[in-house]
Design a protein. Structure first.
Length: 422
């Protein structure tokens, strides 16, 4: 009897594929039900896939480093290697196809080949840009067209077009064109990226969401001279590229400080402002965390510092440290983030202030803080203007959107509805 090891969904509608990080066993090794046999990575989160039964690892079909689609078979577990060979052989067609059936089979194959395998996000981006996907070669599993393929095709179309012909360009999936509804703009914190909000998004009542990235984070290029104002200007450019003319703005930590500066911009009206453990309200910050986070080169050395982010480290995603290091290496953002930290948090001190920005903001303002925050002291809430609504979450640290995503989403929507009603 053979049991397939498959990659199930569950990381949200924007999860298109995953990368196999490591196998915990070799072909022929015995495994028990519940043992972790393979680790895969999606966005910032790593997921451990357990054996569904006792047996031996009979086959590895997706080696380390392979990119696989949701539902893909990664490997097989069987009672023994011999039993797997018998079961696998039995699953293959044993009867030759009659010649009379060949033309019909070929016709079906040709029809299937004309079907375009494309992710929902890529299809939406292509439709927004008026792009024909029939000639695009997909780089996803099985030739599936992904959002990065749409970006490349749009870039090629732009370069090939005459200088006088305007071409719609989508720079990044996180700034895809906004629809008529006012979007929620979710801005991540230092060291994170757009995927930080994956656990919050399912609780936002289907509202349109934009997730721009800070320069030097994710896919966004670094700034030559990072400053709070330059970070805000770069993020504003991403929001403008979406076509939004007003938004409800949410920012975490450093992203909260950037959001406060953005609240006064003249091109995109900010209806409501929700800040989660924002930087910029006081000088104190955990300098040890900053130094440890930036200098860590292995998952083992990074994990203890990441655990400081949560009141209960068990709430952090499995494989969080390993996934974060892989992203740092993939996008080469380590140096850029160190420069941002040196500029904005020199000598372990916050050198940025947002109190005046918040005083000037006349919209609906809500601030969320974890009572167990060890990175930025919650007493900094004392510096908030009197019109700010403050929420202190028990049993939560510096990452409320990971530790209590449903509650955070509820508070965000309360603020949005307050702005809508005013």
């Amino acid at each position: 009897m053979s049991h397939e090891i498959t990659l199930a969904g569950g990381a949200g509608e924007y999860m298109e594929s995953a990368t196999v990080v490591s196998w915990s066993a070799k072909v022929g090794d015995p495994v028990k039900a519940g043992d972790v046999v393979v680790v895969v990575e999606t966005a910032k989160a790593a997921t451990e896939i357990e054996a569904g039964c006792d047996g031996v690892l009979a086959a590895i079909l997706a080696p380390e480093g392979a990119e696989v689609g949701i539902g893909a078979v990664l490997g097989r577990i069987a009672d023994s290697l011999a039993a797997d060979e018998v079961a696998f052989a039995a699953s293959q067609p044993a009867i030759a196809v009659p010649e009379a059936m060949v033309p019909n089979a070929l016709a079906k194959a040709e029809t299937a080949s004309r079907r375009i395998s494309i992710s929902p996000l890529a299809r939406r981006l292509a439709r927004q840009a008026g792009l024909d996907t029939s000639g695009i070669a997909g780089t996803g599993p099985g030739g599936r067209i992904k959002s990065r393929d749409i970006e490349r095709a749009l870039q090629e179309r732009t370069e090939a077009a005459p200088a006088t012909a305007p071409v719609a360009v989508v720079h990044s999936p996180v700034v895809a064109k906004a629809g008529p509804a006012v979007p929620l703009v979710l801005l991540h914190g230092f060291g994170a990226n757009a995927a930080a909000w994956n656990m919050v998004r399912p609780h936002l009542d289907g509202r349109p969401v934009l997730t721009p990235e800070l320069p030097g984070h994710g896919r966004e290029p670094a700034l030559e001279t990072p400053s709070l104002e330059e970070l805000a200007e770069a993020v504003l450019g991403q929001i403008e590229a979406s076509g939004a003319r007003e938004c409800d703005l949410v920012g975490h930590s450093l992203g909260g400080a950037v959001a406060a500066v953005l609240a006064a911009n003249q091109s995109v009206r900010v209806r409501s402002l929700t800040l989660i453990a924002p930087a910029g309200l006081g000088p104190e910050i955990d300098s040890g965390f900053l130094a440890g986070f930036l200098s860590a080169r292995t998952a083992e050395s990074l994990a203890p510092w990441l655990e400081r982010l949560a009141a209960d480290p068990a709430r952090l995603p499995r494989g969080y440290a390993q996934a974060m290091l892989r992203e740092r290496e993939r996008f080469s953002v380590g140096v850029a983030q160190a420069e941002i930290a040196q500029k904005l948090f020199p000598d372990g001190t916050q050198a940025i202030r947002i109190t005046a920005d918040l005083d000037r903001f006349a919209g609906s303002l809500k601030v969320i803080w974890g009572r167990g925050d060890r990175i930025i002291p919650q007493r900094h809430q004392d510096e908030l203007p009197s019109h700010a609504a403050c929420h202190r979450l028990a049993g939560v640290g510096h990452m409320p959107y990971l530790e209590a995503p449903a509650l955070v989403a509820q508070l965000i929507l309360q603020n949005v509805r307050s702005a809508e009603a005013s």
